[in-house]
Design a protein around this ligand. Structure first.
Ligand code: FEO
Length: 411
């Protein structure tokens, strides 16, 4: 029997300490990490999150020392990334009476990843509660923090927050609680935030507002230390680190348009930036003074260039401007291409090619995925015909907001 790690009389840590130098999100975790999972041994025993897939069997064996898996009624999956859901297949095969609790978006992901099409799922939404017999769990969806399907779980009676990746540290800690740590964990806590959470800080700010309504006495994340001392200090650190302080940024948008659809995209981009108090200047390249456009580009922190597509190419005099941009020193500026099209949208790709020949930081879907894991942010911004439907408008806003967050990042 392993040493029992208890958060309360009936809540157990049942995770795995991984003290290797773990490759993770293009980082090497020099101090290793842990995959924290929790057993709530109530009248309807519940497991919150699991461990990395590599340790699934070991996880179930350890858990079985504390409870017969057949007694488990619920398995809460806060996040589907395999370092936390990886033990689900092994657990589900033993805990055959358990219902899997997760967000709607998580259901098909878990079904596909772990061949769980035949299992019972309970879909929970923001604010839903679940009676697990002696305790009540309350759920909050936290989309894009850091993936779309994520949620956090709060135990009302014990005032414990189970936020999965949020508030984590990557340390293979054998002292499970922060008050037992041999050294100050603040640096590791901030390092984790910078590496994993900071690109998603817009959603951290939303979470901070929600947490104001909760009495959180302990935070039990899914990596590293369980925070039971100075809990508010760590919440305050997230509030502080997720704040954007670098104001005074400027964006220049230049476009050409056939039937005003590309102009409409430019306007959505403009309004989205302006909602975050970013100064935006918009030029129709065919109706504006070229020297004025180039001067604005030179002064901008980010530049969006768009064209409608006609006969598989850009329209108007945009190409002349792009040629001049290639000769300018635009280093450090963020750039993105956009445009409306009807068939193939070649102009948008040509604009992207031109931008890639400048020394700007040109946004691409590939780079967004590699740097943040976000799949809902797409560059260049390609819109078939009019942008005036909700899905298209949301895509434009997601891309624009991504650039806003790059511009306003304080680190
Ligand atoms: Fe710790 Fe997003 O996984």
């Amino acid at each position: 029997m392993n040493r029992e790690i208890k958060l309360t009389e009936d809540i157990y840590w049942v995770g795995k300490i991984d003290n290797r130098e773990v490759p993770f999100h293009r980082l090497i975790l020099a101090k290793g990490t842990t995959y924290n999972a929790y057993l709530l041994k109530t009248e309807k025993p519940t497991v919150i999150d699991t461990v990395d897939i590599e340790f699934g069997r070991e996880f179930v064996e350890y858990l079985s020392e504390l409870i017969d898996p057949q007694e488990i009624q619920y398995i809460v999956v806060n996040h589907t990334e395999p370092d936390h859901s990886g033990g689900l297949a092994a657990l589900a095969s033993r805990a055959t009476n358990a219902t899997i609790v997760c967000t709607e978006i998580a259901v098909p992901e878990l079904q596909e990843m772990y061949k769980l099409h035949h299992r019972n799922f309970l879909v929970v939404k923001d604010g839903d509660t679940l009676d697990i017999g002696g305790k009540t769990l309350k759920f909050k969806e936290t989309p894009y923090l850091h993936t779309e399907e994520t949620m956090i779980t709060y135990c009302i009676e014990d005032k414990i927050l189970f936020p999965c990746d949020i508030f984590s540290t990557h340390v293979a800690n054998y002292e499970f609680f922060n008050d037992e740590a041999n050294e100050d964990i603040t640096e590791d806590f901030i390092g984790y935030y910078n590496a994993i959470i900071h690109p998603h800080r817009r959603y951290v700010r939303t979470l901070m507002e929600a947490l104001k309504g909760l009495d959180v006495q302990m935070i039990a994340p899914s990596h590293g230390y369980i925070l039971r001392q100075d809990v508010q200090k760590y919440i305050d650190l997230y509030a502080e680190m997720s704040r954007d302080t670098t104001l005074g940024k400027k964006v220049t948008i230049v476009y050409t348009t056939i039937k005003n659809n590309t102009k409409k995209i430019a306007n959505i981009i403009k309004e989205t930036f302006e909602a975050d108090n970013i100064e935006v200047t918009v030029f129709n390249a065919d109706k504006s003074d070229r020297a004025e456009i180039l001067e604005s580009i030179q002064e901008a922190d980010a530049v969006f260039i768009g064209s409608s597509t006609k006969y598989a190419d850009m329209i108007g005099n945009l190409e002349e401007i792009l040629k001049e941009m290639k000769e300018m020193n635009l280093e450090g500026k963020i750039a993105a291409a956009f445009g409306s099209y009807g068939w193939s949208g070649e102009a948008i790709e040509v604009v992207q090619d031109y931008l890639n020949e400048t020394n700007m930081n040109v946004q691409s879907t590939s780079n967004v995925i590699k740097s943040t894991g976000m799949t809902h942010v797409e560059f260049p911004i390609r819109v078939r015909f009019s942008p005036k439907d909700e899905e298209k408008t949301e895509r434009i806003k997601h891309a624009t907001t991504f650039v806003t967050d790059l511009l306003l990042s304080s680190i």
